[in-house]
Design a protein around this ligand. Sequence first.
Ligand code: PMP
Length: 393
Amino acid sequence: MDNLFADRMNNVHKSFIREILKVTEDPEIISFAGGLPNPKSFPVEEIEKAVSKVLARNGDEILQYSTTEGYLPLREYIAERYSKKGLSVDADEILITNGSQQAIDLVSKVFLNKGDKILVENPTYLAAIQSFGLFEPEFKSVPLLEDGVDINAFQRILDENEIKLFYSVTNFQNPTGITYSKEKRQKLAEILKDENTVFVEDNPYGEIRFMGEDIPPVKSYLDTTVLFGSFSKIVSPGMRLGWIVANEEIMEKIIIAKQASDLHSNYFTQRVVYQYLIDNNVDEHIEKIKKMYRGQRNLMVSIIEEYFPEDVKYTKPEGGMFLWVTLPEGLSSMDLFDLAIKENVAFVPGKAFFTDGSGYNTLRLNFSNSDEEKIEEGIKRLGNAIYELMENK
Ligand code: PMP
C-alpha cells in the first residue's frame, strides 16, 4: 500500500487512550484511564418508554431521512435551555451533530487549510488534536493556569501569529478538570473581538457542575464564538447527539459541511432523546448524576490527600469527570504507568494531551466511571506506585 495513503494520515496517530484501554480490558485492573460516564446514570427505563412512544406514534416518519440542521423541536428545546441560563440563542443558530466530536470535525472543515495556525490549550483534549490534525494545521499552544489560559502568553501568541481558531474547553476541561474564571472569559472575549480569530468553545461538561457557581460561556460575551454542546454526559453518549451554536454566517458553511459528511444526524435518536426530555424532569436527572460524581470526586481527592506523597500536585475540579496529577519534576508518568500496571491500576499518562511534547510528569485520572470501593483501592495502589517510582529514581 506504499504511497496510496493521503499525506494527512502521516501526522495523525491512533488514539493513545484507545491503545491504553486495550491493556485495561483485564478485569483485574482498576482503570482510571477511560473517559466514560457512569452507566448507573443512564435513564434506561425512561429511554425504553420514549422509544416505544415515538415508534408507536410516528414510526413511518421517524424512520425516514430528515433535515441537515436537525429536529426543530429538539433545537428549540436546546435554545430554551440556554435562554433559561441567560444565553439568548435562536433555534436557527443550532445544528444537531453526531456528538460534539463531529462538531470539531465540521468546524475544521469549514475553517482550516493545510498549514493554518490553530491555538490549543496546553494540555488539550486528545481527540481534538487527532481531529484537527487530519486537516494538517500548525499547532500553537498556550499554557493553562488554574483559572484558564495564561492571558499574557495568549496575547503574545496572537500578536506574533495569524491564528484562525482558538479551541478551548472552558468548563472542567478534559484532561485537567480546570474551569475558566468569569474574569478570564471576559478578558478573552475582549481580546478576541478585535482579532480575526474564531473562538471555539467546547462545553460537553458544563451541566455537570457539582460544586460552586455556574459561569456564563464565552459565547455570551462574544457573538462570533462557536459553542459546542452534547447530550453524552447528561443523557447517553451512545446515542451520539451533540450540537453546534454559531451565528448565521458561520452556520451557513457548517450546514454545507454537515450535508457533505452525513446528510444529517441520526433522526431516530434525535426523536427519542427529544421525547425523553419532554416527558421527564431532566434537571432532577442531572442532579442525580452530579450527586454521584461529587461523591466519587470527593473520595478520590481525600484518598489522594492521604496516600500520595506531599509534593505531588493535583487539581480539585468543581465538575466534570477528570482530575489532573503533576508529579515532581524529573519523574515520568510513563514509568509510573509501568509500575502501576504491575499493581493492577491504570491511568492516562499526560504527555499525549500536549502538542509541544511536554507534560512527561503529568497524568489524567477519571473519577466518574469507578465505584467507591475501586476508587479507594485503586488510588492507594497508585500512591504505592508513586512512592516506588520516587525510590527508584
Ligand atoms: N470534547 C471534549 C472535551 C470531550 O471530552 C469529549 C468526550 N470525551 C468530546 C468533545 C466528545 O464528546 P461527544 O462526541 O460524545 O459529545
